[in-house]
Ligand binder design. Structure first.
Ligand code: ADP
Ligand code: MG
Length: 224
């Protein structure tokens, strides 16, 4: 995707600011979260409910900060050999509880020995962002499925949902700066995903059918 000059300027500003701002904000957030967790233990049921909400909002803030950091620096930096089925299994607990919150069924179908080169944390962030979107798009009782398999010299990862789908014009806008249709959305998730996959030399694209669902398709070079 080609960037406009204005977008490039914005990204430049973000790259300069994000790391220091993120650092300054993260520390107090961690302290606040810690105190809420401690206080929660001795609170009554009603207050515990408020505190749980406060904690999940703090987690949301943390994940927005993480998206900004990755947007500022999508390049792998420290590169390692990553096994995809293993990586997807490490986020299983997080995703299962996220899916449960939305009443969505989460399934995986993973081939083993799918090795790629990149940064573990960054690729994990990409998958989290894509799977969260899939869950958020899907109605209660329906499912989200992640498939990973070898195809020729590549590894393919498909994140499939049974959500409302995206029109063709909308597909074109995915990943453009801060494009979101959600009330609490940031539009950062896909911007980051596209940039990280691009920096890995891979490809991210979307196929969608309205009222049927969407598939996010990642292609990465497979290590022999
Ligand atoms: P956010 O989730 O904060 O809105 P994202 O960058 O993650 O930002 O996604 C941008 C937009 O792309 C979403 O607001 C939504 O409109 C659309 N989108 C992304 N994934 C899906 C999906 N699986 N099904 C339907 N729409 C999607
Ligand atoms: Mg998102």
């Amino acid at each position: 995707k080609r960037m406009s000059e204005q977008q490039a300027d914005q990204l430049h500003i973000i790259s300069e600011l994000a790391p220091s701002v993120a650092h300054e904000i993260r520390n107090p957030l961690t302290v606040v979260k810690g105190f809420i967790q401690v206080a929660k233990a001795s609170a009554d049921a009603k207050v515990q409910g408020y505190m749980s909400t406060a904690i999940s909002e703090l987690d949301r803030t943390e994940s927005i900060i993480q998206d900004y950091l990755n947007l500022a620096d999508p390049h792998p930096g420290h590169e390692e050999h990553i096994e995809i089925s293993n990586l997807i299994e490490t986020i299983d607990v997080l995703i299962q509880s996220y899916a449960a919150m939305y009443g969505v069924i989460y399934k995986t179908e993973l081939e083993s020995e799918l090795w790629v080169k990149g940064n573990h944390e960054k690729l994990k962030q990409v998958l989290m962002n894509l799977i969260k979107n899939a869950v958020e798009a899907t109605d209660e009782g329906k499912s989200v499925k992640v498939k990973a398999f070898a195809s020729g010299l590549d590894v393919h990862i498909h994140v499939m949902d049974q959500g409302m789908g995206i029109s063709e014009e909308q597909v074109e806008r995915l990943g453009q700066s801060y494009y979101t249709t959600k009330e609490k959305g940031t539009g950062l998730g896909l911007m980051v995903a596209f940039r990280i996959i691009e920096a890995m030399g891979g490809e991210l694209r979307f196929e969608s059918e309205e009222n049927k669902g969407t598939i996010a398709i990642i292609r990465l070079s497979r290590l022999p």
